[in-house]
Write a protein that binds this ligand. Structure first.
Ligand SMILES: [Zn+2]
Length: 44
C-alpha cells in the first residue's frame, strides 16, 4: 500500500507506471506503508 506523502491519499494504481500522479493533489512522491518502515518513492 502506497500513500501520497502530501495528502495521504491511498494509491490504487501500480507505482511502476510512468507518470503516476496522485489523483487528488497531483503529487508524484509517495511513501510505502509498513509497520515500522517508511520508504519514500518518487515516481518518474
Ligand atoms: Zn496527494
Amino acid at each position: 500500500m502506497y500513500r501520497c506523502w502530501k495528502c495521504h491519499e491511498p494509491m490504487k494504481a501500480n507505482l511502476n507506471s510512468v507518470g503516476l500522479q496522485c489523483e487528488r493533489c497531483g503529487s508524484k512522491i509517495f511513501y510505502k506503508e509498513r509497520p515500522n518502515i517508511t520508504k519514500v518513492v518518487r515516481s518518474k
